[in-house]
Design a protein around this ligand. Structure first.
Ligand SMILES: Nc1ncnc2c1ncn2[C@@H]1O[C@H](COP(=O)(O)OP(=O)(O)OP(=O)(O)O)[C@@H](O)[C@H]1O
Ligand SMILES: [Mg+2]
Length: 311
């Protein structure tokens, strides 16, 4: 189980301050998959890095199976397996098996035990044939699958997966999702992903994070129901106000197919079809913003607030 209490993280560099986490209360239970969802820069990776003891929180606390990530970091590290996005922890001249065995050695595994486990995990992630190749020959997705295998070498109780299917092909992603599901039966799994279908398929509970704060949390069904009733309609593009552009699915001959909250759609046209919101719909409504309306929220150190938080 993972729990964080009023967790904050402020990065200071080059005279700028970024409040990446601003009082996050997060909980992930054993036997289930908990997803962190939110726009780029929301703070998902920062939260995962704190839980996995890679960086220190500024204030607040975080616990993994009751162990404090700051004062009991060693115990926490023994419990967790981590898949990160920018992975510099592999040796490119070593083979897949050698990389995994090296990692096993860091966890005091015996050579034979580590080799057996490495082969088994390479098969699980579909790299069985590649185990004896130096990993500089691997593709992006293959390296990512190797990272998943590595995270499982010491059979951790808690697995933190930061965008585990990033860059992995369709068939292999499905296998990775099946693996994650299987792992969840007796482990605590935390997952981030920008793919709402993936979240819908895997997550037992979801935390929607934006600019360092949890803006909603619940089961996928609960998050969907927070979006209320949705509707779809074709309306002339010219009638769509700027703040509703994020609901447009596509443009066609001067018209737009728009899908959004029923009360908003009904102000555009009387001819619409009521639909149930998907998780993606709910996300777009609750957390969604395009890069165009993203406002930086850095503040100058020691000085007045430069630009305000959007929230
Ligand atoms: N080492 C660092 N130094 C300074 N700022 C940082 C550092 N790491 C992260 N940040 C900032 O903290 C904020 C949160 O970043 P984080 O990587 O946690 O976002 P994220 O939710 O994982 O985004 P993405 O979906 O793009 O992976 C961002 O504004 C980012 O610029
Ligand atoms: Mg991230």
């Amino acid at each position: 189980m993972i729990e964080t209490v009023e967790l904050t993280k402020t990065f200071n560099s080059r005279g700028w301050t970024v409040e990446a986490l601003r009082g996050v209360n997060f909980k992930a239970n054993r036997g289930s998959i908990t997803a962190l969802v939110g726009p780029n820069g929301a703070g998902k990776t920062t939260l995962i890095k704190i839980i996995s003891t890679l960086i220190l929180p500024t204030s607040g606390s975080a616990y993994v199976d009751g162990f404090d990530v700051v004062s009991q970091a060693k115990e926490v590290r023994e419990k967790i397996g981590l898949v990160t996005v920018s992975d510099r922890l592999m040796y490119f001249r070593l083979t897949g098996i050698e990389n995994l065995v090296f990692y096993g050695a860091l966890y005091n595994m015996g050579l034979k035990e580590a080799q057996t486990k490495a082969r088994e995990l390479l098969d699980t992630v579909g790299l069985g044939e590649w185990g004896n190749q130096p990993i500089m020959h691997y593709s992006t997705g293959m390296l990512r699958r190797l990272a998943i295998a590595r995270a499982l070498m010491h059979n951790p109780d808690v697995v933190l997966l930061d965008e585990p299917t990033l860059g992995i092909d369709t068939t292999s992603s499905r296998k990775v999702r099946q693996l994650i599901r299987r792992l969840a039966t007796d482990r605590t799994i935390v997952l981030t992903s920008h793919l709402m279908k993936e979240i819908e398929e895997l997550a037992d509970s979801i935390y929607l994070i934006r600019t360092g704060k949890v803006i909603s949390s619940g089961t996928p069904a609960e998050i969907r129901s927070m979006a209320g009733q949705f509707a779809e309609a074709f309306v002339p593009t010219a009638n769509i106000p700027a703040e509703m552009e994020k609901f447009v699915l596509r443009y066609e001959n001067g018209n737009a197919l728009i899908r959004g909250p029923e009360d908003k759609i009904s102000t555009l046209t009387g001819e619409y079809t009521a639909v149930e919101p998907t998780l993606e719909d709910a996300y777009i409504l609750l957390a969604g913003e395009s890069t165009a309306d993203f406002r930086p929220y850095q503040v100058k150190r020691g000085g007045a607030w430069g630009r305000e938080h959007p929230f």
